[in-house]
Design a protein around this ligand. Structure first.
Ligand code: ZN
Length: 290
């Protein structure tokens, strides 16, 4: 098994009360370091993560499957998938196929068993894995799922502007509406007993986080609000965020709560931690093992 295979075969499972949460790596990709770390200068972030000669840093799409007490299977985000254009492949520096089917299988799931897909937002690296086949006329990869998206996000993705045109694909989203599989929500909403989404704004105005709570235990997945362990440091906010001060505010509110409650947190793009619990670092909260 080479390094890339070993990385992609990583999975992790935790129990949160009556729920089981499994994590796997859908893909490795690379993105510009400046894009990831926003106002933090390279002289500071390169001490934490070493960029290549093109200034890109290693990232992953880590996905989570929540199995409910009654056996529903809820996928949180969907990664990049395989319905990618040449432009997408170049933008995310991906050269290999998606690990979606193998990753799900490693946790004991099949794509057709997924009942719900909660998309935190509709950027390519979070939403595109719901598509299969031709990127210009895709089919749905999870044919039996209902797809949960915030109203505001659906609006933004269907009306991209000059700043967001490279990461939103209204033409592909038609596959979800055509199959009548879309459920739009606004603000905070319990999707299933114990599973709640909360509109965060910040990264995009319709970005949402997901909480799973059961028997006094909790898991949170806030996707690009803290995409990696480095972003637990409050000022580390990606430069693509449309409302960076909102990202900062929600981190200041949510992370101390997670620390106090010993909450398990999921990271969408971290290369070391798929899930972890918070520990107090020297200045900021840091991550430790589950
Ligand atoms: Zn992302």
């Amino acid at each position: 098994m080479d390094n890339a295979e070993a990385l992609l075969s990583r999975t992790q499972t935790v129990r949160i009360g009556e729920f089981s949460i499994g994590a796997f790596v859908e893909r490795e990709f690379r993105l510009d370091g400046g894009t990831m770390f926003g106002v933090i200068p390279r002289v500071m972030w390169e001490k934490l993560v070493i960029p290549d000669e093109k200034n890109t840093v290693a990232m992953q799409t880590n996905l989570f499957v929540v199995t409910t007490p009654v056996g529903d299977k809820v996928l949180l985000d969907s990664g990049l998938g395989d319905a990618l254009s040449d432009f997408d492949r170049k933008m995310y520096a991906v050269t290999t196929p998606s690990n979606m089917t193998a990753g799900l299988a490693a946790l004991g799931h099949k794509p057709e068993e997924i009942n719900w897909v909660i998309l935190t937002h509709l950027h390519t690296d979070h939403a595109n894995g719901v598509f299969a086949g031709d990127p210009d006329d895709p089919e749905l990869f999870f044919p039996n799922a209902t797809y949960i998206v915030q109203h505001a996000e659906w609006e933004s993705a269907n009306h991209p502007n000059e700043r967001t045109a490279a990461v939103y694909y209204p033409g592909r989203l038609v596959a979800i509406t055509k199959a009548d599989r879309l459920k739009l929500v606004s603000g905070t909403r319990e999707i299933l007993p114990g599973i709640t989404v909360e509109q965060t704004g910040g990264h995009t105005s319709g970005h949402q986080g997901v909480r799973v709570e059961s028997d006094g235990e909790a898991f949170v997945y806030y996707a690009d609000i803290f995409p990696s362990r480095f972003h637990l440091k409050t000022p580390f906010v990606a430069s693509v965020d449309t409302h960076p001060l909102d990202t900062l505010q929600i981190k200041k509110k949510l992370l101390p709560w997670c620390h106090e409650n010993n909450t398990v947190i999921g990271f969408d793009h971290d290369t070391e931690y798929l899930m972890g619990r918070l520990v107090q670092g020297k200045k900021w909260l840091d991550v430790g093992p589950v």
